[in-house]
Design a protein around this ligand. Structure first.
Ligand code: TRP
Length: 362
């Protein structure tokens, strides 16, 4: 059996460096590793609508933003199929049948759904579509027979839910669906990159993100304003690393070679950290270093974005072709699913033969 990747993002805003270290960068590496037989990257607009029903324009506009972010990061349409979820009706059909395999109480226990309900103040007024999106996500993953799903830590409960659906389906209807594995970032700092204010997560509503599409000046301004150790007042004061956003970002982005290029006084991050802890190392110096490291990573992304922004029709073609191809694959799986459930009455002579025999025996 081949190795197949499926992953995706909701198009509710531009992608930021949290998305990048949490998943995007890894996807590009996996794409270029040649280890996978197929790669599908989904712009999950239908899922975005589950909690943005009254704002379809936001979703509509952000599809292109996300596509541009993908291509800018180095996703290559020759190697990865980029698709738009809502244009693949087979996914809805799969979800509809999977819904019969999941209980309401199981969905209520899904930790991601639970915390999202709290965050959005849904409480008693959760849209049914939102409540059931883990099932639709299981359809996304299984439609492409994905073996590998590279995502952030917050998607772990979705993968668990998908696995349960796969097992249940295969048990009830016979071996049909593929059980996927989650692939998490291997660097702890990348699992949950905090916002520049040190708050738990980057989020557009908190205004604490660094976006992939921001200019050099904007990024620099944000880095220089980052939350550090509030007790590190004078340069000579000893500094704390825990909860110090600048160091968390360095953990996520910095490589040893960066010291050679931008901060020759130190040979590695541990040495820099030790000096900070001891005292005598100012925040500004560390921030300048982080800025250099970040700019090096973001510059090629910006350059590719500029190029793609001049060819929006080209991006449109990539999305259209990718979606068409993905639809063919999903249709195959749906046919398998319906055959396993024996609801393919017109595809073979089996059902008619059965019925004829039954009635002729009367
Ligand atoms: N739920 C994912 C997110 O919020 C987006 C998504 C939709 C997804 N379908 C998917 C991720 C399938 C992985 C696989 O980021």
């Amino acid at each position: 059996m081949g190795k197949i990747i499926l992953t995706g993002d909701r198009p509710t805003g531009k992608l930021h460096v949290g998305h990048y270290v949490g998943s995007l960068k890894r996807r590009v590496e996996l794409q270029n590793s040649g280890d996978f037989d197929d790669i599908f990257i989904m712009i999950a607009d239908a899922q975005a609508l589950t909690d943005n029903a009254d704002n379809p324009e936001k979703v509509r506009q952000n599809i292109m933003e996300v596509a541009l972010d993908y291509l800018s990061c180095g996703l290559d349409p020759e190697k990865s199929t980029i698709l738009i979820q809502s244009q693949i009706p087979e996914l809805c059909e799969l979800s509809f049948y999977y819904m019969n395999l999941v209980t309401v109480s199981r969905l209520q226990r899904n930790p991601t759904v639970k915390s999202e309900i709290q965050m959005r103040n849904f409480e008693a007024s959760i849209p049914v579509g939102f409540f059931t999106y883990p099932i639709s996500q299981a359809a996304d993953i299984t439609a492409f027979k994905a073996t590998t799903v590279p995502v952030g830590e917050d998607q772990m409960p979705m993968l668990e839910q998908t696995k349960e659906i796969v097992r249940k389906f295969n048990y009830v209807y016979g071996d049909t669906l593929v059980e996927p594995e989650i692939l998490l970032p291997d660097n702890a700092a990348c699992l949950r990159l905090p916002g520049i204010d040190g708050k738990a997560k980057m989020s557009k509503s908190l205004g604490n993100c660094i976006y992939l599409s921001e200019t050099e000046e904007e990024v620099k301004k944000k880095v220089m304003s980052m939350f550090t150790d509030p007790d590190h007042i004078r340069v000579d004061d000893p500094g704390k690393l825990e909860g110090n956003t600048v160091f968390t970002y360095l953990d996520a982005f910095c490589k040893e070679e960066h010291f050679e290029r931008y901060l020759k006084d130190y040979s590695c991050l541990d040495e820099l950290k030790a000096h900070y802890k001891r005292g005598g190392l100012g925040d500004v110096k560390v921030k300048r270093f982080l800025n250099a490291v970040l700019q090096e990573e973001l510059e090629p992304i910006r350059a590719r974005r500029k190029k793609w922004e001049k060819d929006i029709s080209g991006v449109y073609e990539i999305l259209k072709k990718g979606t068409e191809r993905a639809r063919e694959v999903a249709a195959y799986t749906l046919a398998d699913v319906k055959a396993a459930m024996k609801i393919n009455y017109f595809d073979t002579a089996e059902w008619l033969d059965e019925q004829v025999k039954k009635y002729s025996a009367k």
